[in-house]
Ligand binder design. Structure first.
Ligand SMILES: [Zn+2]
Length: 205
């Protein structure tokens, strides 16, 4: 492909570890991309309200808003936007990752060349990639934390609000966005956080 196009491509990288974030940003800049960074999902959403990148690379396990939540919002709102998930855990067998990301790398188990090749492949494909499911109707997917409230992010205006978590897990819920009035449909699922806490799922180092 015409590599001069890549210089116009903007990549948003999200990771809560500042060293990993800056290292990843430096590597991706060396590929010729323009890079913005965010230290969690809320900062990423703020950036997405301002300017839409051409790709998102996100850590999956982060405090405040996990990569799973962020990427489910991105998939719902911007289904054409290519996404890469990166995590220290081996999650593919148990997670609905294919619905959330276009590619998954396990932390420390890929080379910069592999990342570069996958990014260019996904960006080259993005104008023609099929929309996944009915993005406008697909519910958001929110991992359940053991708290009395959950954070729901509106896929229309990308603003987040806390609501009481008194529903049964796995039920489809609806709530109205306090900021813009849009109806938000969401699913609460505790399986991912349980899996993240299950050390047996980690691959041997
Ligand atoms: Zn809204």
């Amino acid at each position: 492909m015409d590599t001069s196009r890549l210089f116009k491509c903007r990549v948003l990288i999200v990771d809560d570890d500042p060293i990993v974030l800056q290292t990843c940003a430096a590597i991706v800049r060396s590929f010729g991309f323009s890079v913005r960074t965010a230290e969690d999902g809320f900062v990423a959403l703020k950036i997405l309200r301002e300017v839409l990148p051409d790709m998102i690379i996100s850590d999956l396990r982060m405090p405040n808003m996990s990569g799973f939540e962020l990427l489910s919002i991105v998939r719902r709102r911007f289904p054409h936007l290519p996404t890469i998930g990166i995590s220290g855990e081996f999650l593919l067998a148990t997670m609905p990752l294919g619905l959330l990301v276009d590619h998954f790398f396990q932390k420390g188990a890929y080379t910069p060349d592999q990342l570069n090749a996958k990014m260019k492949e996904l960006i080259a494909d993005s104008p023609i990639r099929p929309h996944i499911g009915k993005a406008d109707r697909a519910p958001l997917w929110i991992p359940r934390k053991d708290a009395e409230y959950i954070v729901v992010t509106c896929p229309e205006c990308l603003r987040s609000s806390s609501i009481a978590d008194e529903m049964e897990a796995g039920d489809l819920q609806e709530t109205e966005c306090l900021a813009c009035g849009a109806m938000i449909r969401y699913l609460v699922d505790s399986s991912v956080l349980k899996a993240l806490n299950d050390k047996s799922l980690k691959l041997p180092a």
